[in-house]
Design a protein around this ligand. Structure first.
Ligand SMILES: C[S@@+](CC[C@H](N)C(=O)[O-])C[C@H]1O[C@@H](n2cnc3c(N)ncnc32)[C@H](O)[C@@H]1O
Length: 269
């Protein structure tokens, strides 16, 4: 019989920490983005509006949780001072490896609950499409509060509980993505409990329509297959999308996949 020492068990490999964002998932995620670079344009627009409501002056120091290949980072960089810095933290070095080079982006492959930043040093914390992955949300929020300056905000943008987007994750991605997707999504009540426990004020909650757009139906199906790393034939993906998201063809022939995201603003007192 083999035995495992306590020390060995305490050190999970990074791909376990990143909850399945291994090399294959990072490759297919990047392929989806290359295939339809404007699919998430409405997300980018809504993130821009939310940041403009929060931020007046150019930002100096931002921490981003779950940076991945930098989809949201681009919106932060637009609002960053020329000598500012974004600390992009992600558990998956494979996902970070696809982020576009920018001298103001410092990539950190590591845990979100041990940020390599000084206390009271960041103007803003930001996260998009990643917070649901975090298993220890309260501890991570406490760590984010530690590094934010007093009065600074944490903008979490993520799939909201009890929306078609959440059901898509639970009923399509979770069973058919090889790396699994056992996630816990925020709603106002859950965000409020977590914020209070971690010493934040929950300042605002809104759910915005952020439909995804595609040039054709096959492009939409291939995008969904690759973004979520689904091991399913395209006709089966179509059936599942009809059930949970009801895509439709808009005027001009484009295909629309109804999507939405929750926007949660937490403020450090
Ligand atoms: C769906 S991707 C989103 C990436 C990017 N923010 C975007 O909007 O395209 C989720 C990201 O969260 C990261 N992630 C998942 N679990 C994590 C964890 N426990 N700690 C840190 N990052 C994690 C993944 O590696 C991945 O890059």
């Amino acid at each position: 019989m083999t035995t495992t020492s306590v020390t060995e068990r305490q050190a999970p490999p990074p791909e376990v920490v990143a909850e399945g964002f291994n090399e294959e998932r990072a490759q297919t995620y990047a392929a989806a983005t290359r295939m339809a670079p404007d699919a998430r344009r409405n997300e980018a627009l809504q993130v821009g509006y939310a940041l403009d409501r929060l931020v007046a002056a150019p930002l100096q120091r931002v921490v981003e949780l779950g940076t991945g290949q930098g989809f949201g980072t681009a919106r932060i960089l637009e609002r960053l001072a020329p000598d500012g810095v974004v600390h992009g933290v992600d558990a998956s070095p494979f996902m970070l490896g696809h982020a576009k080079e920018d001298k103001r982006l410092k990539r950190h492959a590591g845990a979100l609950d041990q940020l390599q930043l000084q206390a009271d040093s960041a103007d803003l914390a930001f996260s998009i499409a990643a917070f649901h992955h975090i298993p220890n949300k309260w501890i991570t929020l406490e760590e984010v509060r530690r590094v934010l300056k007093p009065g600074a905000a944490f903008l979490i943008v993520d799939v909201a509980h009890d929306t078609p987007a959440q059901r898509t994750f639970d009923y399509i991605v979770r069973p058919y993505c090889t790396s699994g997707h056992d996630a816990d999504f925020l709603d106002k009540a859950w965000a409020s409990v977590l914020a209070r426990r971690a010493g934040f004020t929950l300042e605002a909650v809104r759910v915005e329509d952020t439909d995804w757009h595609f040039a054709s139906e096959p492009q939409m199906l291939e995008y969904v297959r690759d973004l979520f790393c689904l091991h399913l034939p395209l006709p089966e993906i179509r059936v599942l999308l009809d059930r949970w998201l009801a895509p439709y063809q808009a005027e001009g022939g484009r295909w629309v996949l109804p999507w939405s995201l929750g926007f949660y603003t937490l403020r450090k007192p």
